[in-house]
Design a binder for this molecule. Structure first.
Ligand code: DQA
Length: 147
């Protein structure tokens, strides 16, 4: 499975701690990797501040990852290009946000990806990534009907 993190998430821990908490992105990665080893699945982890790099990363998932956990950060609310990449590749994904985007400013309440996702986990901080991994794993291994 792949985990993709969008812009400014590299600054977690220092960035608006009253909104995003004190946990760093590498702490979150450690928690996700620990859960992945319990679930016996392998994880690729990346972060980019650049829209095109995120589009490239999604395109490269085809045939390489069975699922995606995506925190598109601010691009969630703006990027048709990332939406188009998700539509092109059609990898099953869970959208994650640390903060509850539905309780924030109106422009953050809209996601250009959510209707394409299996589901959205928003507002549980770092734990949201672990919940997303568990949910994606269950979806892929237990809930999905055989092809
Ligand atoms: C975020 C929410 C976005 O609105 C914001 O632009 C982010 C982080 C979150 O994880 O809560 O950068 O995706």
């Amino acid at each position: 499975m792949a985990v993709l993190n969008g812009p400014n998430l590299n600054l977690l821990g220092q960035r608006e701690p009253e909104v995003y908490g004190h946990t760093t992105l590498s702490d979150i990665e450690g928690r996700v990797r620990a859960e992945a080893s319990k679930l016996q699945c392998s994880i690729s982890w990346s972060q980019s501040n650049h829209e095109g790099a995120l589009v490239d990363a999604i395109q490269q998932l085809r045939g390489r990852a069975d699922g995606l956990i995506l925190n598109g950060a601010a691009y969630t609310h703006t990027s048709l290009a990332i939406r188009d990449a998700l539509l092109a590749v059609r990898v099953p994904f869970v959208e994650v946000h640390l903060s509850n985007i539905l309780a924030r400013e109106p422009r953050r309440r809209e996601s250009l990806f959510a209707d394409l996702a299996i589901g959205v986990i928003t507002g549980f901080g770092a734990q949201g990534y672990v919940l997303a991994l568990q949910a994606l794993h269950t979806h892929l291994h237990e809930l999905r009907p055989p092809a």
